[in-house]
Design a protein around this ligand. Sequence first.
Ligand SMILES: [Zn+2]
Length: 152
Amino acid sequence: MEENDLVSIGPDIYERDQRMAPGAANAWRLMVAAAAGDDIPLQAVSAYRSVDYQAGIVRRKLEKGASINEILQVSAAPGYSEHHTGRAIDITTPGFAVLEEEFETSAAFRWLNLHAADFGFSLSFPRGNPHGVAYEPWHWAWKAPGNRGPSS
Ligand SMILES: [Zn+2]
């Protein structure tokens, strides 16, 4: 993803401006509005991340003493994160810990399971996913129409 092609989706819960690929950004805005209409607040935690940013995440965890194997169970290696594509977004909703499995018990998660596909979003890493990635109920990715296979 070329950084110049990204468009803003507004601030995340930490007041950082988040960006996505144009198609994904449009779909996200429509989905947030539809959810709000059902009294479901969807909030962005993290959308596009550069390879450098991902490298920083891994580096900070290494500095805190985690092993690379431990880190790669929960964080993609720089260059391999779906967040580099501009199509992935980590989602939360008020009252739930950010990037924790408890998000799966939220009304927002139930809403996403019912409606996200209508906007082109799907859960990238469901339980027992074939990628061997830890279950991430908060991580959803958009696929362009006509390019919606069962996996990325
Ligand atoms: Zn994610």
